[in-house]
Write a protein that binds this ligand. Structure first.
Ligand code: ACO
Length: 330
């Protein structure tokens, strides 16, 4: 069974409830119908139920089994969520009036449902930029205990099975933090190892990537990766992690033998932690295009409850797959 079929099968066993707020998008409606039909998760759609059902009809998909909530309709649930919102953000000066307006935005209503425990997770981004999906999640759901920074990982599946674990590996942060300090980078490494084992089924071996291997170059950016490695070891002393190292030393045993002979990670890494978002975002896209790798994600890691962000160019399959992954993160 391939990785994505396995993910969907594992999700089906959990019967989680996932919110899909972007019901104006036909791909979302098609995905919702398929997710429910295949038993991958229960779905909540945010929007006017008559319009959703009629749009579904036009698309030839059956959405009767999805729960539908209109965020503009006055209900007890909406009142409770507005109160929750004001309570969570009053230190930022939000008023009842602001909250009443903002909750009409499906991304806010959906995020508040997850926070309140009315849904297990949310998948959005088919019709919204990354920031619009992540900001409500960062403001309302916030980070999990002990984590200060949310980040974004990809499961990369490269055709050459000699890399990673049978060609499967995690790359992070490819999606969220434009600039990180050493402590944050260390946290991202630990969160990525968690994603590697929980979602990708890997036994994590984490390489902290740099343009230097084990002190071969001297630069403040190299020192930052060294400090991040130390931080990650402090947070997770049993984690198999090493750095700093170059990508070839991380992945290729013969290079590792020469550049980092004492490392238990070099040459066998299956979690690649990039030094910043520029490297991570460019790196995963190069591997995706040049090596014809499958890139599954970004999987947003470090939130207290799962919210995941789709690319606006996503397919119906991408929405179905990310919904399954979200169910596994709960
Ligand atoms: N982790 C945890 N909390 C965070 C993080 C983070 N990484 N970033 C911001 N926050 C919190 C802030 O502390 C703040 O909380 P508060 O309101 O309770 O004080 C809240 O989020 C909002 O903060 P802002 O400063 O308003 O948000 P910011 O402008 O930093 O935006 C965002 C956050 C949207 C994640 C921004 O960093 C961003 O745009 N990142 C790049 C996303 C991107 O374009 N990625 C590439 C495309 S994705 C792809 O190609 C796969």
């Amino acid at each position: 069974m391939n990785f994505l079929d396995e993910i969907k099968e594992r999700a089906s066993a959990l019967k989680r409830t996932i919110v899909l707020p972007e019901t104006e998008d036909s791909r979302v409606l098609e995905a919702a119908a398929r997710i429910v039909e295949d038993g991958i998760a229960e779905i909540i759609l945010i929007g006017d139920s008559e319009k959703i059902l009629s749009d579904g009809n036009d698309l030839g998909v059956d959405l009767e089994s999805c729960k539908m909530i209109d965020p503009t309709e006055a209900t007890d649930e909406r009142t409770d969520l507005i109160e929750l919102f004001v309570d969570l953000r009053k230190h930022k000066g939000i008023t009842m009036e602001d909250a009443e307006k903002m909750i009409e935005k499906p991304l806010y209503y959906g995020t508040l449902m997850v926070k309140a425990g009315l849904a297990d997770g949310m998948v959005a981004g088919a019709a919204s930029p990354t920031g619009d999906v992540l900001k409500p999640a960062l403001q309302i759901i916030k980070t999990a205990e002990g984590i200060n920074s949310v980040s974004g990982a990809f499961v990369m599946i490269v055709p050459d099975k000699s890399f990673g674990q049978d060609g499967k590996m995690i790359m992070a942060d490819c999606a969220v933090n434009p600039e990180v300090d050493a402590d944050t980078l260390g946290e991202i490494a630990v969160a990525s190892a968690d994603t590697a084992s929980k979602i990708a089924g890997l036994d994590p071996k984490v390489a902290m990537l740099s343009f230097s291997t084990m002190g071969s170059a001297k630069h403040k950016l190299v020192e930052r990766v060294q400090q991040a490695t130390a931080k990650a070891k402090e947070i997770a002393p049993d984690l198999s992690i090493d750095g700093e190292m170059q990508a070839d030393a991380a992945l290729v045993p013969s290079v590792a033998e020469r550049k980092a002979p004492d490392s238990k990670v070099a040459g066998q890494a299956n979690v690649l932690v990039f030094p910043d978002l520029e490297a991570g975002n460019i790196g995963y896209k190069l591997v995706q295009r040049l090596a014809k790798a499958e890139a599954v994600g970004p999987i947003i890691q470090g939130l207290d409850k799962p919210v995941n962000d789709l690319s606006r160019g996503c397919s119906v399959d991408d929405i179905v797959n990310l919904t399954a992954i979200t169910a596994l993160q709960v």
